[in-house]
Ligand binder design. Structure first.
Ligand code: ATP
Length: 283
């Protein structure tokens, strides 16, 4: 249990104004952001951002272009160090940690633009994700000792198991860059999962997907949460995806949280309609 208490089904006075799904109420939250902020040369890209995500929650972060959504992901993953505030990952303070340290603490992400090793095979891309858990030493690897081969075999089996989530085992030996666009996006998610996260961040996972691919992605995101029992936070402009699968939604505008709540609450929130949803309908 973290130092911040949650009251079942109710808002709590703490700035995160946490409402987590009932099943997560007695669990340490996957993520707590407290007064989080960053400035770039006087511009407050993210200002006083407070958010709690339950241990197995699917959460959405939405808002207009330039609102600060990707900056939040960059803060959570330590690409940027915050100017203000605290980030707790599974109750652990991440202050001063590096990108790879917070990855080992349980946070993994995908990017808005695909960032695979396109000339490597699909399996090797997944193994890059598994790399942060390798247990053999560099010397064992260089000398190809039995312990190295044992871990290689385990890595192969784990990579195939992870690829099977998306029915991609048959593409294990294909070059990642040769896969169709939708499959490359799925591979990015598999690679992130290979690092064994407790919180998976997806930056616009449905971008560029057609409606049937998006529908399949939605099912897979829920399947991942159910299979691994992890929290998932996604940035997305596709409102059908957000409203269908996100249990808690946070809306950012000009770096500030303007609303938090369930899909129904967000869809009926006048401020959100004014700042984002209404404008999208006109577009
Ligand atoms: N490294 C940086 N240096 C200066 N300004 C930055 C930096 N990173 C982000 N910003 C600014 O912070 C603001 C938020 O940008 P961000 O990319 O987080 O928005 P976003 O909500 O993810 O937008 P989109 O939906 O278009 O991806 C923008 O004004 C952007 O120009």
């Amino acid at each position: 249990m973290s130092k911040f208490e949650f009251e079942k089904g109710k808002m709590v006075p703490y700035p995160s104004r946490a409402i987590v799904p009932d099943r997560d109420v007695n669990e340490t939250p996957a993520l707590e952001c407290i007064h989080l902020g960053i400035e770039f040369g006087g511009l407050k890209a993210v200002d006083d951002f407070n958010l709690t995500i339950g241990k197995t929650e699917i959460a959405g972060l939405i808002g207009p272009n330039g609102a600060g959504k990707t900056t939040v992901f960059n803060l959570l993953t330590k690409v940027y160090q915050p100017t203000n505030g605290t980030i707790l990952l599974n109750g652990q303070d991440t202050s001063g940690k590096t990108v790879s340290q917070v990855n080992r603490m349980g946070i993994a992400r995908t990017f808005q633009n695909i960032r695979l090793f396109s000339s490597m095979t699909v399996e090797d891309n997944v193994k890059v994700g598994l790399h942060n858990q390798e247990k053999y030493t560099g010397l064992e690897g260089v000398l190809r000792l039995p312990s190295y081969w044992k871990h290689e075999k385990q890595a192969h089996e784990r990579a195939m198991e992870l690829l099977s989530i998306f029915d991609m085992e048959k593409h294990a030996n294909d070059q990642a860059g040769s896969l169709p666009y939708g499959a490359q996006r799925r591979l990015e998610i598999v690679r992130a999962l290979a690092t064994n996260p407790s919180l998976l961040l997806l930056d616009e996972p449905a971008a560029g997907m057609n409606p049937s691919e998006t529908a399949e992605l939605m099912e897979n995101i829920v399947k991942i949460r159910d299979t691994f029992g992890i929290a998932i936070m996604l940035i997305e402009h596709d409102m059908s995806l957000v409203m269908n699968i996100c249990e808690g939604i946070c809306v950012l505008s000009f770096g500030k949280v303007i609303a938090k709540g369930t899909a129904e609450e967000i869809q009926n929130n006048e401020t959100v309609i004014e700042a984002y949803l209404g404008k999208k309908k006109e577009a």
